[in-house]
Design a protein around this ligand. Structure first.
Ligand code: XBP
Ligand code: MG
Length: 251
C-alpha cells in the first residue's frame, strides 16, 4: 500500500534530547525547588524505563528514593517540578542547544515535496515539541505537521498504543498506509501496537533495547555524505533513508 503519512516520535528520534536536554532540565528544577536529587547520566538511563516526565519523577521517588517521605502535597510538588523543568528545557531549546539528528530535516523536506502527510506522536509536553521544531528545525516547522499528538492528550503513555491511535484518528488514516519513526523499545511497542510499521534509529540510551518487529534498525537516518549503520533490515547499498528506500520497504 502506498505510503501516505510519516509519524515521528520526538525525544531520541528527531533530536537527542534526553541526556543533554531533559536530564539537566530536571536537575535544574530539583535545585530550584530545594531538593538535593541529582539524576546523573547512568541513573537517567534507568529512569527512561518510564515515559513521561511527571511519571518519571514518581518512579524515581518510589524506586530510587525510598527514604524520601512523600510530602502531603506530593502531587502538587510533581506538578511544580515538572512546570519548572519544562521552563528550563524550553529555555535550552531557545538557545539552539539541541540539533536535529542526521537526515531528519532532509527526509522531512523530501516528504513535504511529494505531499506525504506528517504527524508527531510523542510522550513529551506539547510546548517542548513546538520549541524544538521552531528552534532546531525552522521557525515555521510546527506548521509542517498536520497533527502534533503529545503529552497528556491520552492518559496511557507509551508503550501503550494510544498516542498513535489518537493521531491516526485525527488524520483519518489507516495504520497500513503510515510509517512510524522511533528510537526506543517503549516507542516501538506503542507504534507496533497501533499497527504501524516502524523504522528505528537508536541512540546511546536505546542501542541495547529489544527492537523485535521493527522493519529496520539503524544508527540514524544518514546523509549522502555520512552513511548510517544498519543493525537490522535490508538497506542494500543505500547509505541513507530516503523515499526510494522507504518505498522499497513499505509500498
Ligand atoms: C519521551 C519521554 C519524555 C521526555 C520528557 O518518550 O519519555 O517523557 O523524557 O518529557 P518518547 P516531559 O520519545 O517515547 O515520546 O517531561 O515533557 O514529559
Ligand atoms: Mg523517543
Amino acid at each position: 500500500m502506498a505510503i501516505e503519512a510519516f509519524l515521528f516520535d520526538v525525544d531520541g528520534t528527531l533530536a537527542d534530547t534526553e541526556r543533554d536536554g531533559h536530564r539537566p532540565a530536571f536537575n535544574k528544577a530539583f535545585e530550584e525547588l530545594g531538593l538535593n536529587w541529582h539524576w546523573d547520566v547512568a541513573l537517567y538511563g534507568k529512569l527512561l524505563a518510564v515515559t513521561g516526565g511527571k511519571e518519571r519523577i514518581r518512579y524515581y521517588v518510589e524506586k530510587f528514593c525510598p527514604e524520601h517521605d512523600q510530602p502531603a502535597h506530593f502531587d502538587d510538588l510533581v506538578i511544580a517540578l515538572h512546570q519548572a523543568k519544562t521552563r528550563h528545557y524550553t529555555a535550552m531549546l531557545a538557545e539552539g542547544l539541541i540539533p536535529m539528528r542526521p537526515g531528519v530535516k532532509r527526509l522531512l523536506n523530501e516528504a513535504r515535496d511529494v505531499g506525504i502527510r506528517l504527524a508527531v506522536a510523542t510522550t513529551t509536553t506539547p510546548e517542548n515539541v513546538t520549541a524544538l521544531l521552531r528552534h532546531s528545525l525552522a521557525e515555521d516547522a510546527p506548521g509542517w505537521f498536520e497533527v502534533i499528538a503529545a503529552g497528556d492528550i491520552v492518559p496511557a503513555k507509551k508503550p501503550a498504543p494510544d498516542i498513535y491511535l489518537w493521531a491516526l484518528r485525527q488524520m483519518g488514516l489507516a495504520p497500513e498506509c503510515c510509517v512510524a519513526f522511533e528510537d526506543s523499545c517503549n516507542g516501538l511497542k506503542s507504534s507496533l501496537g497501533a499497527g504501524i510499521r516502524t523504522v528505528v534509529t537508536v541512540n546511546d540510551y536505546t542501542v541495547e533495547d529489544d527492537f523485535a518487529g521493527a522493519t529496520a534498525v539503524l544508527s540514524d537516518l544518514g546523509e549522502p555524505d555520512a552513511s548510517f549503520r544498519v543493525f537490522s533490515g535490508d538497506a542494500g547499498d543505500q547509505r541513507y533513508v530516503d523515499l526510494a528506500l522507504l518505498k522499497r520497504w513499505f509500498d
